[in-house]
Ligand binder design. Structure first.
Ligand SMILES: [Zn+2]
Length: 1007
């Protein structure tokens, strides 16, 4: 599943100029650690009105009945428990633990569990589904559906209970049949829902016998919800007429909202689905339609082919009246992109369709495993909780992540979209074909898909240099920011219950997962890495695997080439512990040609180590594959790899001259920071000033990110990073600029309300000025050439313009105002798409209210999805608090702003120094509404909480935050703890470092 890698293109103005508090993958920022995904609850009570009244009554009656039945069941269960006390106590503990490999389970009373298996948080392992026959009738007129499922199950352990998941379904009938030589109905003593674990229980008079198969048959009715989970609806307007569609989102635990099933990833089975609906709609599912039967009454039933063995959360179907475009791979896989008819007509689907076709081929070659299904449909929907979802053969995308209008889309939009597509196609292997055993290893599939976003995009556009370059700023630097907090967590997290499952989908899973996989791929070397992956996929296809299965395959692949590395041992220290090390390399003064290398847990808040000694166990060490090189003004030695596993080690190196510097973590392939003695930092800075190109582009970006973060955490004096960026006028490459601007915007957030702020902003502007004048502005709308050769220059130009406008370059401001005025007077938008966000925001901030109204009007009238988002964000750049207030209120209480964009509006208002307190106050006032609407959303709450608090930096603001958390009763899990830690760090930075920071700036010869 891809979550939006939030476009933090928000620029906002200080009195000095724009400030982009989050830097960007072209606008993507470190403050946007939490993705844009959202599960939105309905805005109105519409859902309750449109619900079929009979259904409501039915639900009410059934809920009452179930409460009564459950009470009886509990009593019966207790009695059952008493009877079996001895036997039950003697039985071994739960089978699901061993089955689910590494999953650690909470302490449960095993007697209860055996007696009342429905109370357990995981399904009992007594039954295994083999095949589902699912028939659904879909009523789009009243948004309900009815269904009948027949599940062929195999009995593993004798049991009297059929326990399977069902949520929000009204079960009408449930029966169990023997499937053996003597077929017949088994007598059901009772069947009931057990809401706490979202299961449905069929209790039988007699036990089911091991090794026999049975059929479970259940009929049910339910609503097509207006909430983006399970089987849900959404709508769009075509030629003035509202049209509806219904589509599924089952990951991670919502298949149970659409049909009764064994809704855990380990229970793979084959599915045969049929969908009946009015023939004015078409229907799609994972497999192609095998047979279509027309009824006389204008209804049609589509029977889809049987799926291979798969997990329930990858099942999907849709009922809509979209049209499509089609392409075929050389291997004969049919790829179709379905979208609203006007988008298909406009050609907005063409780009994604073409790259998908090429990507299927790419992955087949890379993994040496064929795509498993005869077709792959991509469905572009107006509303979706995530950027996209990789359902096997029917992947669903939110429109903004798959439809492209080349003439108005910026480069960053194109890149983001490309990467989402690359991500989802990768999942067809890593996820769909081989599925993690349990959710604690969700990072395995997400980390891989995120890593392959860069590898796959390099295949499509080799000149973008994604894996070697862009990965550093957008993944590595970003996640190290998050994982350097004391409130971080290990990448493999214990998962006990549904709420834990939501929690594991975070940036640590995606980005740290990808960074660790990249480190491993570099240690192993690509051919061996590829062989290991192939072996892993071939061994576990159509099944499940856990991280140890992958580590074993990698160790085996290494062994075959004569390398004996225990990958599990290496990787366990990276996956089971939170955070990462800082490696310090210093020249040994007493021993010639020797360096001392030490490691410690990097953390921004050094006091945290004292407060939580158990979290920062000093005896814990990582096994670090450290590459390093030595260099002087004209030459750099070839790198060598050493494994660092002790706290401090001495290493011999070849002869070193006086002026030679050391450089660690070559091309930043490792997931750690590197620190040096001050003398070495000075040598490196001198090298950059004289001739930066001796050091690779990746390492230049890496040095910048390390130096700023080491200083921020107090490992280095504050002037070292400021001295380093003096070399920027010499820097011709995009990536180091990108790393620098990310770091500068981080600092800017801390500084923009300080008295001497202009010392800082002037200093930045001086480093930017010469490059800004050299590169100038893009002349006209891009004509598609950006796709390849021009990428580096255009990205650099954009980055420098953004810095210039943000920190108050007068020429940059004038240029933006001229472009906006020209647009208003001519009503022709000639602003190059790549800088539109900067120009709109600058214009809104500097010009009068009419410009705000003009942008507001354009926001309503444009139909291009990419442009709409940019316009909306520009509205948050105003310095008029009345307008900002109006925008906030309109966003939350009207239908003018799409649900999933409301959070972004609040966050972007918060990034605007004129809107900060407004956003912070608004957030606190509306917390109850926001929490009830977005509370269930993956990523959403943490993103919002981070967005409105990250700039708080005084003692009194910290107290405000703590008071608020106390009074609101928490409720947002780890997000509040993280917010407090970040604000505490801000306060501490001011107390400890602000003075020395400004002192250096005042004295700087460069000032
Ligand atoms: Zn994914």
């Amino acid at each position: 599943m891809a979550v939006e890698d939030a476009c933090g293109k928000g620029l906002s103005f200080t009195a000095m100029g724009i400030e982009e508090t989050s830097s960007v993958r072209n606008g993507r920022g470190p403050s946007d650690q939490w993705a844009d995904s959202v599960v939105v609850r309905p805005r109105t009570t519409e859902r309750h009105i449109t619900v079929h009244k009979r259904l409501v009554l039915g639900f009410a009656v059934s809920i009452l009945t179930l409460i009564a039945v459950t009470a009886v069941a509990v009593l019966l269960g207790l009695r059952f428990d008493e009877c079996h006390e001895e036997g039950a106590a003697a039985r071994p503990s739960n089978t699901s633990t061993s089955r689910a490999n590494q999953s650690r389970e909470p302490h449960v009373n095993h007697r209860d569990e055996d007696a009342q298996p429905w109370r357990h948080l995981r399904l009992p392992a007594s039954l295994r589904p083999r095949h589902y026959d699912l028939r659904l009738s879909v009523y789009m007129d009243n948004f309900t559906f009815s269904g009948e499922v027949t599940i062929e199950v195999e009995c593993v352990n004798a049991t009297r209970f059929v326990v399977l998941h069902a949520d929000r379904l009204e079960v009408e009938r449930a029966a169990v049949y023997s499937d053996s030589k003597k077929p017949g109905v088994l007598r059901v003593s009772r069947h009931f829902r057990y809401p706490p674990t979202q299961v449905y229980v069929i209790a039988l008079h007699r036990e089911l016998k091991p090794l026999r198969t049975y059929k479970v048959n259940i009929t049910f009715v339910a609503q097509i919800e207006n909430e983006l989970l399970g089987f849900f609806r959404s709508s769009y307007v075509l030629n003035g007429e509202r049209r509806y569609l219904a589509v599924t989102q089952f990951s991670p635990t919502h298949a149970r909202k659409a049909f009764p099933c064994f809704d855990e990833p380990i229970y793979k089975a084959a599915f045969k689905i049929s969908l009946k609906h009015e023939s004015t709609y078409l229907s799609l599912s994972n497999m192609p339609v095998e047979m279509s039967v027309m009824d006389e009454d204008g209804w049609v039933t589509n029977h889809f082919s049987r799926t291979p063995r798969m997990s329930t959360y990858y099942l999907a179907w849709a009922v809509c009246n979209f049209t499509y475009k089609e392409a075929s791979t050389d291997g004969g896989v049919v790829v179709r992109l379905y979208a609203r008819p006007n988008a298909i007509q406009r050609g907005s689907a063409d780009y994604a369709l073409q790259i998908t076709k090429r990507l299927l081929q790419f992955y087949e070659d890379y993994f040496k495993v064929k795509y498993s299904l005869p077709k792959l449909d991509l469905l572009a929907v107006p509303k979706h909780p995530y950027a996209a979802m990789e359902n096997w053969g029917l992947s669903v995308f939110v429109e903004q992540k798959i439809l492209l209008d080349p003439e108005v889309s910026s480069f960053s939009y194109l890149m983001e979209l490309t990467m989402v597509v690359v991500h989802e196609i990768c999942h067809q292997w890593f996820g769909d074909l081989v599925t993690p055993v349990w959710w604690e290893d969700v990072w395995l599939k997400e980390g891989f898909a995120h890593f392959f976003e860069y590898v796959g995009t390099d295949f499509l556009f080799p000149k973008w240099n994604m894996e070697k370059q862009r990965f550093l700023t957008d993944v590595l630097h970003e996640v190290m920011l998050l994982d350097g907090l004391a409130s971080s967590h290990p990448i493999s997290q214990q998962v006990y219950q549904a709420t834990d499952i939501e929690r594991v989908f975070d940036w640590i899973a995606y980005k740290k997962g990808a960074a660790l996989i990249r480190m491993l791929a570099n240690v192993m070397g690509q051919p061996v890495f590829q062989r290991g992956l192939n072996d892993y996929l071939m061994t576990h296809m159509y099944g499940n695997a856990a991280r140890d299965d992958l580590w074993n395959k990698f160790s085996e692949a290494l062994k075959r080439v004569g390398k004996d590395i225990n990958i599990k041992e290496v990787m366990d220290c990276w996956t089971l512990k939170m955070g990462y090390p800082v490696v310090t390399i210093t020249k040994n003064e007493s021993l010639d040609n020797t360096v001392s290398i030490s490691q410690e847990h990097f953390v921004y808040d050094i006091d945290a180590k004292i407060r939580n000694p158990e979290l920062f166990n000093v005896s814990f060490q990582w096994q670090i594959p450290l590459t390093f090189a030595m260099g002087n003004s004209s030459h750099i030695s070839s790198e060598s790899v050493i494994w660092v596993s002790n706290r401090t080690e001495l290493h011999k190196i070849s002869l070193m001259d006086e002026g030679m510097w050391l450089l660690g973590n070559i091309n930043q392939t490792g997931y750690f920071r590197v620190n040096y003695d001050l003398e070495n930092w000075r040598l490196l800075i001198n090298q950059l000033m004289k001739n930066p190109t001796i050091i690779s582009v990746g390492n230049r970006a890496g040095l910048i990110d390390d130096v700023f973060n080491l200083a921020r955490a107090g490992y280095l004096p504050q002037n070292i990073p400021l001295e380093m960026i003096c070399y920027l006028p010499q820097e011709r490459e995009f990536l180091p600029w990108h790393a620098a601007s990310r770091a500068l915007y981080q600092l800017d957030k801390l500084l923009d309300r300080t008295e001497e702020y202009s010392l800082f902003s002037d200093y930045v502007l001086r480093q930017v000025a010469s490059m800004y004048h050299r590169l100038g502005w893009p002349v006209s709308s891009s004509n598609g050439s950006i796709m390849q050769a021009a990428y580096q220059t255009e990205e650099l130009q954009r980055e420098v313009i953004m810095l210039a406008c943000s920190f108050g370059n007068k020429h940059c401001h004038r240029q933006a105002v001229t472009l906006i005025s020209d647009w208003i007077s001519s009503n022709k938008n000639r602003i190059p798409p790549n800088v539109r966000d900067i120009v709109y925001c600058t214009g809104v901030s500097l010009m009068d209210e009419d410009v705000w109204e003009f942008i507001w009007m354009k926001f309503h009238s444009t139909s291009a999805v990419s442009e709409k988002k940019v316009l909306l964000e520009a509205l948050t750049c105003s310095d008029d608090t009345y307008l900002l207030n109006r925008l906030l209120n309109l966003s939350l209480t009207s239908d003018l702003v799409p649900d999933q964009d409301v959070i972004d509006v609040i966050i972007h208002v918060g990034r605007n120094p004129h809107g900060r307190h407004l956003a912070w106050r608004y957030f606190r006032e509306k917390w109850d509404i926001l929490n009830s609407r977005y509370g269930e959303a993956l990523f959403m709450n943490s993103k919002l909480i981070n967005g409105v608090t990250e700039f708080l930096n005084t003692e009194s603001e910290l107290n405000e935050l703590k008071d608020f958390i106390r009074n609101s009763g928490g409720g947002a899990g780890p997000a509040f703890a993280r917010a407090v830690e970040i604000v505490e760090a801000n306060v501490r930075w001011h107390r400890l470092y602000e003075q020395s920071f400004y002192q250096w700036l005042r004295k700087s010869p460069n000032s």
